[in-house]
Write a protein that binds this ligand. Structure first.
Ligand code: C2E
Ligand code: MG
Ligand code: MG
Ligand code: MG
Length: 279
């Protein structure tokens, strides 16, 4: 009887589950070959100093152009890569491609690369980064690695050791999506974090929600006290930029200042002066 019910229930959901599972298996299979088939590429989104308006660097963002499905967002395929172990070859490809590309920029332009928590679980991230820097010739000081609070949370001793060695090498660490995780702020004293990126969800409601304004201005103040650079991500309007500037936020990234683009000019400031006026 129970078996019968169970089976009926299962059958009821079967077609939809089947379709989702099949798509997922197909993507997993296709992702295995995506690097070799040149379906992956990187976009680069500019970051600017807010007081002077100067370009400070670019964040590399991975893209997958699937032959039949078109553009698949990283929020779909990065988790698949993490669960299947494909994040190892994918992460290596991203670092190598981005570091090589950054060699064509002015030497004061930094490169930010996202690292997934799964990379810290499955490989020696210090060795990976060191090897990629040696192979490409990019100076460690030009590389910034974006990690999230889930990386900090997972395996403290190993992660502290890896991040400290990267710091000693000259590579800097940025905390991405700040404010969305569950970890305590105490990691800021234990880990060599040089930059905090305030999550887009807080910037979204700046000006319409007094509480997010209070949170964001407090994070900016925290950064100033701790001597940590504060970057606001997802800045889409002049109004948001003006508020951030008034509070003394160091850097901005977002559609208002520049979208992620596949090719960036070697000297974007000469080619395309930043014409965003921030009161
Ligand atoms: P993230 O590292 O926080 O990247 C910022 C995301 O916000 C990017 O989405 C970017 O396109 C988007 N964005 C930037 N400015 C604006 C804006 O003004 N408005 C709005 N609405 N969005 C904006 P994307 O490229 O889809 O990446 C999503 C996430 O996927 C990233 O979040 C990161 O967690 C992950 N990801 C992307 N590339 C990589 C990678 O190379 N390696 C790893 N491990 N993860 C990556
Ligand atoms: Mg990021
Ligand atoms: Mg982020
Ligand atoms: Mg994110």
């Amino acid at each position: 009887r129970a078996k019968q019910d169970g089976r009926n229930t299962f059958r009821f959901f079967e077609p939809a589950m089947d379709a989702a599972l099949q798509r997922r298996r197909r993507l997993e299979h296709d992702l295995r070959n995506a690097i070799r088939k040149n379906q992956l590429y990187l976009d680069y989104q500019p970051q600017f100093g807010l007081s002077e308006g100067q370009l400070t660097g670019y964040e590399a963002l991975v893209r997958w152009w699937h032959p039949t499905e078109g553009e698949i967002p990283p929020s779909t395929f990065v988790p698949i890569a993490e669960e299947t172990g494909l994040i190892v070859p994918l992460g290596e490809w991203i670092l190598k491609t981005a570091c090589t590309y950054a060699l064509g920029w002015p030497s004061d332009t930094k490169l930010a690369v996202n690292l997934s928590p799964a990379q810290f679980k499955t490989q020696d991230v210090f060795e990976l980064v060191r090897r990629m820097l040696v192979e490409t010739g990019l100076e460690p000081e030009r590389l910034e690695l974006e990690i999230t609070e889930s990386t900090i949370l997972q395996n403290t001793d190993k992660v502290i050791d890896t991040l400290s060695r990267l710091d000693q090498l000259g590579v800097s660490i940025a905390m991405d999506d700040f404010g969305t995780g569950y970890s305590s702020l105490s990691y800021l004293t234990r880990f060599p974090v040089k930059k905090i990126k305030i999550d887009r969800s807080f910037i979204d409601t700046l000006g319409t929600n007094p509480q997010t304004s209070a949170i964001v201005s407090s994070i900016v103040g925290l950064g100033q006290s701790l001597h940590v650079t504060i970057t606001a991500e997802g800045v889409e309007t002049e109004g948001q930029a003006a508020m951030l500037k008034r509070w003394g936020c160091d850097q901005v990234q977002g559609y208002y200042f520049g979208r992620p683009e596949a090719e960036v000019p070697a000297n974007p400031l000469e080619d395309e002066p930043l014409d965003r006026n921030v009161a």
